[in-house]
Design a protein around this ligand. Structure first.
Ligand code: E4P
Length: 235
């Protein structure tokens, strides 16, 4: 699994998908707002279909836009009908700690055959419960965990141990990635997947010393090309 791209920006998705280095895409309402694709369900449908088609069969996570349990189920069914590779994102609980979301998750996975990514989690315990409910993916927000003053690596390692111990098939996605370093450290800690914004992938890939080295190679290639051309001309 390894790296998902955390964006709704089509240009970035195309670029990193073409490189073959991403294994899925995650979006959320905030990322969709940033991508500026227009308002309403029609815009969400068109955009989600386009991304899903572009990356198929890789998974695309699309988050429900409501906190009402029945509306979540209706939206989940609708999102899943847009493309086979759409995974429905549901927060672990509501804005005031309402408890219906894991029941919705359980129903979607077991009764409606819809894959769910339970999101906005900050601890191994929350993710463990979401995995018990049958979620295909459990998303812990590593950067936000670090910002609260405790280390996401510890939560990820504990969670991976629990999932393995109880043979739970949920895949751990660590999101909220803030630093280039997070990708490798969270994968090492036990994440199945880290979802990173495009800037961080570029930061992983581009190194100043590599740039300098490539510049040297190209300068020297130019010089030796000139020498070769002179040698050919002198024959
Ligand atoms: C993960 O799936 C989320 O989309 C994302 O990583 C949240 O990150 P944030 O903390 O930057 O909002």
């Amino acid at each position: 699994m390894a790296i998902f791209l955390d964006t709704a920006n089509l240009k970035d998705i195309r670029r990193y998908h073409r490189m073959g280095i991403i294994r899925g895409v995650t979006t959320n309402p905030t990322l969709l707002l940033k991508a500026n694709l227009g308002r309403g369900m029609g815009a969400l449908e068109a955009h989600s279909k386009e991304i899903a088609h572009l990356i198929a069969p890789l998974p695309l996570s699309v988050e429900v836009t409501t906190n009402d349990p029945q509306e979540m189920i209706d939206q989940a069914k609708m999102f899943a009908s847009w493309a086979n590779n759409i995974v429905v994102k549901i927060t672990v609980h509501g804005p005031e700690g309402e408890l219906e979301n894991l029941e919705v998750t359980h129903d979607l996975e077991t009764k409606h055959d819809i894959r769910v990514n339970v999101t906005a989690m900050m601890s191994a315990q929350q993710c463990f419960l979401a995995a018990m409910a049958g979620a295909t993916y459990v998303s812990i927000f590593g950067g936000r965990v670090n910002n609260m003053g405790y280390n996401a690596c510890g939560e990820i390692a504990r969670l991976r141990k629990l999932l393995d111990q109880f043979s739970l098939p949920a895949q751990i996605i660590v999101g909220s990635t803030r630093e280039v370093l997070n990708v490798a450290e969270w994968l090492e800690a036990g994440a199945h997947i880290v979802t990173a914004i495009p800037d961080l992938l570029e930061g992983m890939l581009v190194h100043p010393y590599t740039k300098e080295t490539v510049q040297m190679f190209l300068r020297d290639a130019e010089k030796s090309n000139a020498v070769l051309l002179e040698a050919v001309a002198a024959r």
